[in-house]
Design a binder for this molecule. Structure first.
Ligand SMILES: NC(=O)c1ccc[n+]([C@@H]2O[C@H](COP(=O)([O-])OP(=O)(O)OC[C@H]3O[C@@H](n4cnc5c(N)ncnc54)[C@H](O)[C@@H]3O)[C@@H](O)[C@H]2O)c1
Length: 252
């Protein structure tokens, strides 16, 4: 006997799907049969990941989207609907950060981080909500445990991610009876192009991994597995939750 997760009737949009965690999520959802839109600020990265998925026998398109720009979000989702159909799985994974002490964080740094990380996620949620309701879809927002415990030198990012958590829980309350589930995955330090600067700054992966009960940093596939669970029929009674995927670093 074996269990199979079949997402072949789903259209999944993964923001920031052109790199790191988003790339891992896009691959795994496609392996489960979903038609995947790899949405990224970089058209080239989105196209490249979509081509890798297609080469493995999956169905994927690359879509250039700046989540901080409402018009770009609308155009991007129209392209997805036209080529793949209505969105039934939305994974908001793209974000922006500034690794600076609070005292050194400028108004411009703060605006950029909030515009992308919080408002960008909200833009995607607003634009895709009618599709999610029509398809009884699932939303997964990628946050960070910094939203719950704070993070040295990433205060505005932590605040924006805390906003993502609160908006997700609130939406989950509003749309549960319409058959839509909304959850959050909170990764610990995961080795990606986006985290390499931070990992170096704190002394390298080996040193950092010593603080993790499971003895290693995360890989994109670790986070993707949790996202797959939350969009699959294995989690049909789970909504409004924050799942920490962090090798036990944060036990909340
Ligand atoms: N890597 C970690 O250690 C870690 C830890 C906790 C949370 N996270 C979260 O995981 C997510 C992915 O992080 P990652 O490490 O894979 O990053 P990454 O930098 O490797 O990839 C991020 C992708 O998002 C895209 N992007 C950036 N701004 C965008 C925008 N405005 N519109 C559309 N796409 C945009 C980038 O082009 C890039 O392809 C983020 O939400 C991040 O906050 C990461």
């Amino acid at each position: 006997m074996s269990i199979q997760i079949d997402l072949s009737s789903d259209v999944a949009v993964v923001t920031g799907g052109g790199s790191g965690i988003g790339e891992g999520i896009a691959h795994l959802l496609a392996e489960a049969g979903a038609r995947v839109a790899v949405a990224d600020l970089s058209a080239e990265a989105a196209k490249s990941v979509a081509e890798q998925i297609t080469a493995k026998g999956g169905t994927a398109i690359g879509v250039q989207v700046d989540i901080a720009d409402e018009a770009s979000v609308r155009q991007g989702l129209d392209a997805v609907r036209e080529q793949l159909g209505p969105v039934s799985v939305l994974v908001n994974n793209a974000a922006a950060w500034a690794i600076k002490k609070f005292a050194d964080t400028s108004a411009e740094d703060a605006r950029r981080v909030v515009d992308v990380t919080l408002l960008g996620t909200i833009n995607m949620m607003r634009a895709a909500l009618p599709d999610l309701v029509a398809t009884q879809g699932r939303l997964v927002n990628v946050a960070s445990d910094s939203a719950r415990v704070g993070e040295h030198s990433m205060s505005v990012y932590a605040g924006a991610k805390a906003g993502v958590v609160a908006v997700t829980k609130s939406l989950a309350q509003e749309v549960g009876r319409k058959g839509v589930r909304a959850n959050v995955v909170a990764p610990g330090t995961t080795v990606t192009p986006g985290s390499s600067g931070f990992i170096e700054q704190v002394g390298g992966a080996d040193k950092l991994a010593r603080a993790y009960p499971l003895g290693r940093l995360g890989a994109p596939a670790d986070i993707a597995g949790a996202v797959l669970f939350l969009v699959s029929p294995l989690s049909t009674w789970v909504t409004g939750q924050v799942l920490s995927v962090s090798g036990g670093f944060t036990m909340l």
